[in-house]
Design a protein around this ligand. Structure first.
Ligand code: SF4
Length: 213
């Protein structure tokens, strides 16, 4: 498969700098799926704060499928979009029990057919829990890929496919995992990336690069 040498060097540099696993990679597909759904438009810190008590109350799909939506919503009310997320989680639990015998499926097509699961969430869980090379394009990956000149795409899906053209499959899952941290620390949102302290500056076409004040 063709790949772009600079893009490969960038991901390798990010891997060295950010060796940690993703915050929503919780060690099994059930927890990772629920946590990733909860993390939409919410910080990972907020999700991790409520997650243990949520799982204590709803330790399996059966409990979640049988639960009252209002009760689910009350247990996640400190995070964004909690009412919609409560509805999705109940429907997700019912679908997994009915169609997958309670197991989380491991293909993109099956995942994106689940309630509350889009390509981003599916890509996260596929890479964390099933080792399927995937690129979850969240707000950080979207912004940074465009600044690096990897894509001019206007949708996450277009950016995902553009990045896949530049990198060998074995690096796909490192993109989101590392860029989330890089995007929080250095290539931050707004018009204020910290280019002066960026280890990728020599590879990056973004202009004008910002200077330390
Ligand atoms: S040089 Fe600036 S814009 Fe480019 S990746 Fe680094 S922080 Fe982001």
């Amino acid at each position: 498969m063709k790949s772009d040498l600079n893009a490969v060097k960038i991901v390798q540099a990010l891997k060295k700098r950010y060796p940690q696993k993703a915050d929503m990679d919780l060690g099994n597909p059930e927890d990772s799926l629920i946590a990733t759904i909860l993390s939409a438009r919410t910080t990972d810190i907020q999700v991790l704060k409520i997650f243990p008590s949520f799982r204590k109350k709803y330790p399996n799909w059966k409990k979640l499928a049988a639960a009252d939506v209002k009760g689910i919503a009350a247990s996640i009310s400190s995070i964004g979009l909690y009412r919609n997320k409560a509805k999705s989680l109940k429907a997700l639990a019912q679908k997994l029990l009915n169609d997958f015998n309670g197991s989380v499926p491991s293909t993109m097509d099956q995942m994106i057919a689940l309630p509350g699961v889009g390509r981003k969430t599916a890509s996260c869980v596929l890479s964390y829990s099933f080792g399927v090379p995937s690129i979850a394009v969240d707000t950080h990956v979207f912004r940074i890929a465009r600044r690096l000149g990897w894509s001019k795409g206007k949708t996450p899906e277009k950016v995902e496919f553009d990045i896949k053209e530049l990198l060998p499959e074995k690096l796909w899952s490192d993109v989101n995992r590392t860029m989330v941290r890089f995007g929080r620390e250095i290539c931050v949102g707004g018009n204020k990336p910290k280019c002066w302290m960026c280890p990728l500056a020599k590879f990056c076409p973004f202009e004008p690069k910002t200077k330390e004040k």
